[in-house]
Design a protein around this ligand. Structure first.
Ligand SMILES: NC(=O)c1ccc[n+]([C@@H]2O[C@H](COP(=O)([O-])OP(=O)(O)OC[C@H]3O[C@@H](n4cnc5c(N)ncnc54)[C@H](O)[C@@H]3O)[C@@H](O)[C@H]2O)c1
Ligand SMILES: [Zn+2]
Length: 455
């Protein structure tokens, strides 16, 4: 039997000792020779453009590849009415055209399951009408629904909702070529999107967002999530929706509070990307406050387009970089939501968070004070708050910075503004200045009354 361990002294004298390289060095040399000789045949056919030797730290053994994605956004006035064909048009057959066995082959209509926010279902007959028209269209096979899903943050706060949605998919025997049509606010869509993304590793999801916020921002996005461990969006995935239909008809039943919420995201994206759009929102704020639909829908559409453009052309749809510019104002907004047990709406928390970071940007990064005042005025005209009493214990809000960092990974990276349309990413937040920004915001919020847009 071979014995391991130290040789005894007598044996050691007889052995000529050659110093051995440390075992890890041997392993590395073997690996290096293996790696240099290994050329998988498939690589020859591989699109080497995808290999990016110019990347800093590029290792020739690393293979970059990209997966084509399609984003289908449709804007309609009444998808349950005259614009119904826009919905039918995005529900493609479940067989690939080249595998259908020729022109006479039977094409199986895709299976469709409909989920709807319970408050949307209660507010108007639209969901029922839509479901009936789909069933009668002969183009799809409606295998379930419309099923009611809790609306608002409740949908994201209970894992039982996800369990129920997954059971629904299972019972309806959906496959990856089936469709889930999810109709509702951003919270319900986030929960529905998560269930759709994890069942069979992804079922085609058609979102019909029914709030201004979901139409202006989240509905067109590629994320879904539910809350966990008392933290916002802690569990979720990146998944590109099959299609998104922004329908004005659904917005008509929104209560005022939720109607105004979406415009905080519209202001946010305009401050980051388009100073002229911010001016337009400022001018249109009084009409939005009166719920003049063509004007309100124009602002929502512009916001949605800017978000979509960022996702499809910004180069980082799945947020692999440290910076997440669309989350301007969100480090405190997400924290406020959890501190208030989600009593504050996301859109309201975003208005407060954006105003706070504008004040900080003025104190630290040179954003002109007049611009910051206009942002605050704009939110006030839009019926959005600038303060919540949860901010009074500001140290607890500041803890949101670390939560935000963990959610993104890497260094803390927060977007601030040097000017309107001129963002910058910072890695350090001066807490003294942030406390001062909060103090000033409280003062502005206390005096706030809707100014005239000419001011
Ligand atoms: N995934 C993302 O990229 C992303 C981005 C931004 C926000 N979000 C999430 O979106 C959520 C906020 O969404 P929201 O602002 O749409 O609010 P919401 O989904 O919480 O809806 C607000 C309320 O309005 C009701 N409602 C929705 N549509 C209605 C209609 N047409 N008529 C009557 N009532 C209606 C809902 O049932 C709910 O009670 C938050 O959870 C936020 O985290 C996600
Ligand atoms: Zn947001």
């Amino acid at each position: 039997m071979r014995r391991c361990g130290r040789p005894n002294a007598a044996t050691a004298v007889a052995i000529r000792v050659t110093p051995l390289p440390p075992p890890r060095a041997i392993h590395r040399r073997r690996l290096a020779s293996l790696n240099s000789s290994y050329q998988p045949a498939s690589l020859a056919a591989f699109d080497m453009v995808a290999n990016r030797p110019s990347d800093p730290g590029h290792d020739p053994r690393d293979i970059h590849f990209s997966v084509p994605q399609v984003h289908r956004l449709r804007t309609t006035w009444e998808v349950a009415g005259d614009d119904f064909d826009e919905l039918l048009g995005v529900l493609h057959a479940s067989t690939d055209p080249d595998q259908s066995g020729g022109p006479d082959a039977e094409i199986e209509p895709p299976h469709v399951l409909i989920w709807a926010d319970e408050e949307v279902m209660a507010a108007s007959p639209r969901v029922g009408v839509l479901a009936k028209r789909l069933a009668q269209s002969g183009r799809v096979h409606v295998v379930g629904g419309p099923r009611a899903v809790p609306g608002g943050e409740e949908a994201k706060n209970s894992p039982e909702v996800i369990e129920r949605l997954l059971a629904d998919i299972h019972n309806a025997m959906l496959d990856r070529r089936s469709y889930i049509i999810a109709i509702g606010g951003g919270a319900m869509l986030d929960a529905a999107g998560y269930a759709a993304a994890i069942a069979h590793r992804g079922i085609r999801l058609v979102r019909i967002p029914t709030t201004t916020l979901a139409q202006a921002d989240s509905g067109v996005g590629v994320k879904n999530a539910i809350n966990h461990f008392g933290k916002k969006n802690w569990v979720g995935t990146f998944a590109v929706p099959w299609a998104v239909i922004n329908d004005a008809g659904f917005l008509t039943t929104l209560p005022d509070r939720d109607f105004f919420c979406g415009f905080s995201e519209a202001v946010k994206v305009s401050l980051l990307k388009d100073a002229a759009e911010f001016e337009r929102i400022m001018r249109r704020a009084p009409a939005i406050a009166k719920r003049e639909m063509p004007i309100a829908c124009g602002v929502i559409e512009a916001s949605c387009r800017m978000h979509l453009d960022h996702i499809t052309r910004g180069g980082d749809p799945f947020e692999t970089r440290e910076a997440r510019p669309l989350d301007f104002g969100h480090w405190s907004a997400h924290r406020l939501e959890s501190l208030t047990d989600y009593v504050i709406r996301h859109g309201e928390a975003v208005a407060i968070g954006v105003a706070l970071d504008c004040l900080y940007s003025t104190l630290v990064h040179g954003l002109p004070e007049a611009e910051t005042r206009r942002v605050c005025d704009c939110f006030t005209m839009l019926g959005l708050p600038l303060w919540d009493e949860a901010l009074d214990d500001f140290e607890r809000v500041l803890a949101g910075l670390e939560e935000f960092r963990q959610h993104l990974g890497g260094r803390l990276t927060v977007t601030m503004l040097r000017g309107v349309g001129d963002p910058l990413n910072v890695h350090v937040i001066d807490r003294v200045a942030m406390r001062e920004a909060a103090r000033q915001l409280k003062g502005i919020a206390t005096q706030a009354s809707p100014p005239s847009p000419a001011q």
